[in-house]
Each structure stands twice: as structure tokens, then as C-alpha cells.
Design a protein around this ligand. Structure first.
Ligand code: 8QM
Length: 405
């Protein structure tokens, strides 16, 4: 029976929630709020920032896979580029829609292809072994600075072809980039205020003459010669690698080590079968979701799981909450290195899915293999300290002591 004057199926009310997913208290322990967001409904409205939110797997996946309705060209942070001037010139890949996105994506996809991974694999693996050698000499160290940061810093800037001088700007620059996706809170405002020297460094390193031959940077510039991209576009695509290629893997590797240190049964399984290294890294990306959130902007009025959303609205996707949605995952809150992780949205999904995912997985895999081959035990010996960022989840410090195998 139909209620008079009421449609059989129609838009339902969207629950309004009074949560700030960019507050320090939220970052300290996001999981109870993730659950609240998922349970409130398929689509919620966050009054604090006047945005829609999706935290269930199905809706996060649906939004990621409808880029015509949920666009990226108006920014993937809270700021709407149609209404506000971006803090830096927009990324030609992240903050672009088809057809513009298709061409730049193809370039980075080729630069970071499986063939290129085969060429760099031995170098990445040797650097991981060398890092583990150094850690075995120390026995007690900080797994963030001495491992999760030191390892990517020992290979990625070289792989890009950056000169030695000024590399200390790389992580601070990325930290600005990821804070800037957030709302105009203290984290974002202070990051942008202090960004000038980091921006100047990055702009300079993106120039063709500053990138060593054979590196990822030079490979991007080489596409100018075959007319795939213009000479003005190339430096901005190099900037994308500098923005997204380092801090993400630092937090990915940090997440994996933090998981393996907390869950010794999983560490033992990995030691018994090194072929589980790639899965152990992937599961850490699902479990911790180093990139926690991204926004999209609606290009038209749309109905999403019964909720009517107008044109020009920001939609916040809780990737981390989707990655632990019990509607999609068995025992979502357990770290299981043999889990079938495929479909997790830690690298996104659809046309914008992480173009550097093979580099990230390569770094994660060879590092976990090097660790598991030579170390019997990883013990956390001090209070882990969290690093607060509007988009990235990770630690500032993780004191550990290792026992050699
Ligand atoms: C996040 O500048 C960019 O193109 C860019 C910046 C940040 C990311 C991606 C691309 C997702 C890792």
C-alpha cells in the first residue's frame, strides 16, 4: 500500500552528524566515529563543514567509479576550485577529469609501468637489504625515522633523478599537500603559511635540466619530445610524483611495520613464508589506510543510495571506513596477511586509482622481505606517537627493538 502523496521510492532524509573528521580528537582514534558514520546511513551530512559524507564500502566505491558525476577538477579537498583559488596550480592528473585527465594519466602510467618496475627492482631490493643491515647494527631504533622514512628517502629521490641538495624539503612539502586537502583548520592554514620554501624547492626540481637522465622525472620530460604533453605540462607532472610519491610510501611502510610489530602471529607467518610479503603490505594499506579521505564535487543533482544531492556539493569519501566496513569485509578490524584484499580502496578505485601503486607495492614488498628474512622479533619498546595530518594517517615515532634471526 502506498501512502497518499508519497512516492513509492524517493529520496530519503540524510542524517546530519555533528562530527569533525579533521579534529585532533578524531585523528587520535577515528574508529568509533567511522562506525557511527557507517551506521547513520549510506549518505550523511556533516554540519561542521557543510559536506556530504560516505563511509560505507558500497557508496565510496560508487562515488569513485562515477567520475562524470563526482568530479575531481573542482579539487579533491574541501575547497571548491570553482569558488576559491587553489593554494597551488591544480595537479594535471589528480585534480583533472576526462578528457584532460586521460592523456596525463597515460604518461605517468607508462613512466611507472610494470616494465620500469622490473628495471628498478634489484636496486630497490638492495637498498632495503642495506637499510636492514644498518638497523641490525643498531638493534633499537625508531621504526618511523630510521626505517619508514629512511628507506623511501634512500631510493625514491634517486629514482626520480633529483640532485642531492635540498631533499629535506620533500617530506615537509608532501605534508603541506596532504594537509591542504582538509578544511581551513589550523593544520591546513599553518602548513600553507610555511609552504613557500618547500614550494620553491619543488618548482625548481621539476625543471628538465635538474632531473638526472634515466630517472622518472627525465622520462616524463621525454614525452614532450613525442608530443604527448607540452613543455609546460611536464614540470607539473613531475610535481605530482614529488607530491604523492614519498610521504604515502613512508606511511604505507610505517603502517606495515606497525601492524607486524603489534600482531606477532602475522609476523611469524610472514617469516615462515616470504611470498606473503606483498599481501602483508597490501593488508596494511587496507588496515591503516595511509590516505584516509578524499573529496569529490557533484557536477549535477544526483540520487545516491536514496539520498538526493544537489549540483556543486562536496562529498567526503572515508576510504579508511570503507576498508573496514563489515558489510564488505570479514573481521574487518583484524590484520590478516592472507586475506583477499582485492577491492580495498586504500589506493582508490576507478580512473584515478593510484598511478604509483606498483612503486608503492615494490617498496613495501622488498622491505618486508628484507625484514622478515633477517629479523626474528620486533618489539615495541616505547609509546608510539601519532603524526597529525588532515589526510594522511601514520606515526611520528615508533620505538622498537629487534632480535636478529
Ligand atoms: C595523493 O599532485 C598530485 O598530482 C597528487 C597529490 C597527492 C596525491 C595524488 C596526486 C593521493 C596520493
Amino acid at each position: 500500500m502506498t501512502v497518499p502523496n508519497s512516492p513509492v521510492i524517493g529520496p530519503s532524509a540524510v542524517p546530519h552528524l555533528d562530527v569533525d573528521p579533521f579534529a585532533m580528537s578524531f585523528f587520535a582514534d577515528p574508529y568509533p566515529t567511522h562506525e557511527k558514520l557507517r551506521e547513520a546511513g549510506p549518505v550523511v551530512y556533516l554540519d561542521k563543514w557543510n559536506v556530504y559524507g560516505v563511509a560505507r564500502y558500497a557508496e565510496v566505491h560508487a562515488v569513485l567509479n562515477d567520475p562524470a558525476t563526482f568530479c575531481s577538477s573542482r579539487g579533491v579537498g574541501l575547497s571548491d576550485f570553482k569558488k576559491e583559488t587553489p593554494w597551488r596550480p591544480p595537479s594535471l592528473i589528480l585534480e583533472a577529469d576526462p578528457p584532460a585527465h586521460t592523456r596525463t594519466r597515460a604518461v605517468l602510467s607508462k613512466v611507472l609501468s610494470p616494465t620500469v618496475m622490473k628495471q628498478v627492482r634489484d636496486r630497490f631490493a638492495a637498498a632495503a637489504e642495506a637499510r636492514v643491515d644498518a638497523l641490525l647494527d643498531k638493534r633499537s631504533f625508531d621504526a618511523i625515522t630510521d626505517l619508514a622514512e629512511a628507506y623511501p628517502l634512500s631510493i625514491f629521490p634517486d629514482a626520480l633523478g633529483l640532485k642531492a641538495e635540498g631533499r629535506e624539503h620533500l617530506i615537509p612539502y608532501a605534508s603541506v599537500v596532504f594537509n591542504a586537502f582538509g578544511p581551513p583548520n589550523q593544520l591546513r592554514q599553518e602548513a600553507i603559511e610555511r609552504s613557500a620554501p618547500h614550494q620553491a624547492y619543488v618548482a625548481e626540481q621539476c625543471q628538465r635540466e635538474n632531473l638526472a637522465p634515466g630517472g622518472f622525472g627525465a622520462c616524463i620530460h621525454a614525452r614532450v619530445d613525442d608530443g604527448e604533453i607540452t613543455a609546460t605540462e611536464a614540470p607539473l607532472l613531475v610535481r605530482s610524483l614529488l607530491s604523492a610519491g614519498l610521504d604515502t610510501t613512508v606511511n604505507g611502510i610505517g603502517a606495515a611495520v606497525y601492524c607486524l610489530a603489534r600482531f606477532p602471529d602475522q609476523w611469524q607467518r610472514l617469516r615462515e613464508d616470504l611470498s606473503l610479503a606483498r599481501g602483508a603490505f597490501e593488508e596494511a594499506v587496507r588496515f591503516e589506510s595511509p590516505v584516509q579521505t578524499f573529496f569529490r564535487t557533484t557536477t549535477r543533482e544526483v540520487e545516491l543510495s536514496g539520498a538526493k544531492i544537489g549540483e556543486g556539493e562536496k562529498v567526503l569519501m572515508f576510504l579508511a571506513a570503507a576498508n573496514r566496513d563489515p558489510r564488505r569485509w570479514d573481521k574487518p578490524d583484524s590484520y590478516d596477511i592472507t586475506r583477499r584484499t582485492s577491492g580495498h580502496v586504500g589506493f582508490g578505485s576507478g580512473i584515478h586509482m593510484c598511478v604509483g601503486q606498483l612503486v608503492a607495492r615494490l617498496e613495501g614488498e622488498v622491505m618486508l622481505m628484507a625484514l622478515a628474512r633477517r629479523i626474528a622479533k620486533i618489539e615495541i619498546t616505547g609509546e608510539p606517537k601519532r603524526r597529525f595530518n588532515n589526510t594522511l594517517r601514520g606515526l611520528d615515532s615508533l620505538p622498537v627493538t629487534i632480535t636478529p634471526a
